[in-house]
Ligand binder design. Structure first.
Ligand SMILES: [Zn+2]
Ligand SMILES: [Zn+2]
Length: 257
């Protein structure tokens, strides 16, 4: 029974893609979605997915940090490539008012435009949201029934999780859940229905305990899955089976191995 890393950045890892995939395979991580963030990395992300498919699929989008670079040309690039079998989602897009690398209104405009694009292309969306809960919640409500996907690296409140779930969004848990101070997040995980949960690394960021402080890689998703199984009170193989079913439902194009 294999693991899936629903959000990773293969082009940003400290180790080579070959090495990352070898270590992932050793740990039974057999599917991953590598995520685009900016105009410069989208062609690279796409080429990595084409080279390593079916183990690696990809998501195309512009990160809130780079929201000022979202343009009609970027939308056209995504539109043109979305029919490829390797492209299984749109994103990451969303709002990040913690770093605030782009003005809020620019982030909101790029986020809304990418949700509209996802609706047009009928693909799920990987959302990044940090310190922006009220605006994110409003936009999710505005797009209810039109866009869906997951809230990646979820670290928000139960209220945010609930609004996401009620408006058609799944919750993806990263290595942050293993951190000592993440008590509130562990409580959220206990409350999220097990058929709406996913796990991810967001590698090279946020390595889970016992690798905290090192650069993250897809193989480490196993530690996050183990803790989520404990929090949900299920055996790991049962959680794996559930996570595979969840991923297949949310990402119909993902070639689960
Ligand atoms: Zn993110
Ligand atoms: Zn990311």
């Amino acid at each position: 029974m294999s693991f899936i890393d629903v959000h990773t950045h293969i082009n940003m890892l400290e180790i080579s893609a070959d090495e990352a995939l070898r270590l992932a395979a050793e740990n039974n991580v057999k599917n991953m979605i590598t995520i685009g963030t900016c105009p410069d990395d989208l062609p690279l992300v796409l080429s990595i997915a084409q080279k390593y498919y079916p183990t690696v699929a990809c998501s195309l989008g512009i990160h809130p940090h780079e929201a000022a670079l979202f343009s009609p040309e970027m939308a056209d690039f995504i539109r043109k490539n979305a029919p490829l079998k390797e492209v299984v989602a749109i994103g990451e897009t969303g709002l990040d008012y913690y770093y605030n690398n782009a003005p809020n209104d620019v982030q909101i405009a790029a986020f809304r435009a990418q949700l509209e694009l996802a609706e047009e292309l009928n693909l799920p969306v990987e959302i990044h949201t940090r310190d922006a809960e009220p605006d994110t919640m409003q936009i999710l409500k505005d797009f209810k029934g039109r866009a869906h996907g997951l809230l990646h690296c979820f670290t928000g409140t139960w209220e945010m999780a609930k609004v996401g779930l009620d408006n058609g969004w799944d919750i993806s848990i990263s290595g942050v859940v293993t951190f000592k101070k993440a008590e509130e997040l562990r409580e959220v995980v206990k409350q999220v229905p097990i058929d709406r949960i996913h796990v991810e690394t967001d590698a090279p960021f946020l390595a889970p305990i016992p690798h905290r402080g090192k650069k993250n890689q897809p193989a480490f998703v196993t530690h996050t899955a183990q803790l989520v199984a404990e929090l949900k009170g299920v055996e790991l193989p049962d959680l794996q089976k559930q996570l595979r079913a969840n991923a297949q439902r949310l990402f119909p194009k993902l070639p689960i191995q």
